[in-house]
Design a protein around this ligand. Structure first.
Ligand SMILES: [Zn+2]
Length: 238
C-alpha cells in the first residue's frame, strides 16, 4: 500500500490531497488499469482503511519490490512530477562529464542536479561528487534516506569540529550543516524533505523555493519566504 500512485497519462496522485468526498467519487469512477503503483507498475486500487486512511493498494496482493527501491522511485517521481507542474522538464540519469544525475533540470539559465541517495557513501565522496557538479556549473542537491542522512550529519559534525574549532567543542554547540553540501533526507512515510534546524517542507514547497532562489545557507540550510512557516504575512488588515 502507498499514499501515491500515477495515472497512465503520467499524472501523480497523492491520496493526501483528496478529501473524503473527492476520494469516494474517485473510487467510484476510476478505471482499473489506468492507475499504476509507483513501485512496480502494477494496477493500483484506491482504498480506504478501517481507520479512514486513504491509500492505493496493488490489485493483486503484495509487492515484491524492495522498500529501498520503492522509496527511491517514489521520491524521484514525486519530484519530477512537481517540476513538470511548474513547466520544467526533468531528465533522469543525465550523463555529465564525470557525473550521472538522478534528476537533472534547467530553470532560468541555472542547472540543477538532484541526487536521491539511498546507498552509503563517505562525506569525502559527497564533497568530491559535489565538486564535480560545481565544476560543470551545476547546483547539486542531495536527498537521502534517513539512515544515510544520520551518518552524514555525524560526519559533518566532526568535520566542522575539526576544521572550524580545532576539535574543541564550542560553547554554542554545532549545527551539522555546511554550505558546500546541501543535504537533506526524504521521510519514508510522509515524503516530506527534512533536515537540521527543523527543516521540514513538502516536495512542492521545496521545489518552488529551489528554483526561485529561496533556499539559502545561513548557519544551516533553510527556505525563506515559502508561506509554509508563517501564514500571518498573508493576513490583510481591514
Ligand atoms: Zn509494487
Amino acid at each position: 500500500m502507498s499514499d501515491f500512485a500515477v495515472t497512465i497519462d503520467g499524472e501523480f496522485l497523492d491520496s493526501n490531497f483528496f478529501d473524503d468526498d473527492s476520494w469516494n467519487d474517485f473510487k467510484k469512477n476510476y478505471e482499473i488499469g489506468k492507475i499504476k503503483m509507483l513501485c512496480c507498475d502494477a494496477n493500483a486500487i484506491p482504498k480506504t482503511s478501517m481507520r479512514f486512511t486513504r491509500f492505493f493498494a496493488h490489485q493483486n496482493g503484495e509487492c515484491a519490490t524492495a522498500p529501498e527501491t520503492v522509496w527511491h522511485k517514489t521520491a524521484k517521481k514525486f519530484i519530477i512530477n512537481q517540476l513538470s507542474k511548474k513547466g520544467i522538464t526533468a531528465v533522469e540519469e543525465k550523463i555529465g562529464p564525470d557525473w550521472i544525475a538522478d534528476i537533472y533540470f534547467e530553470s532560468d539559465d541555472k542547472k540543477y542536479a538532484i541526487e536521491i541517495q539511498r546507498s552509503p557513501q563517505t562525506l569525502q565522496t559527497y564533497l568530491e561528487r559535489q565538486e564535480k557538479y560545481n565544476n560543470s556549473g551545476v547546483e547539486a542537491i542531495w536527498l537521502l534516506k534517513h539512515p544515510r542522512y544520520k551518518t552524514v550529519t555525524k560526519a559533518i559534525y566532526h568535520y566542522i569540529l575539526k576544521n572550524d574549532y580545532n576539535n574543541k567543542f564550542p560553547s554554542g554547540g554545532i549545527m551539522p550543516s555546511i554550505k558546500s553540501l546541501p543535504v537533506f533526507y526524504i521521510d519514508e512515510v510522509d515524503f516530506r524533505i527534512k533536515g537540521v534546524g527543523k527543516f521540514d517542507h513538502s516536495v512542492p514547497n521545496f521545489i518552488s523555493a529551489l528554483v526561485e532562489n529561496k533556499m539559502i545557507f545561513d548557519r544551516w540550510w533553510k527556505l525563506t519566504d515559502t508561506g509554509e512557516v508563517n501564514n500571518l504575512t498573508n493576513y490583510a488588515p481591514i
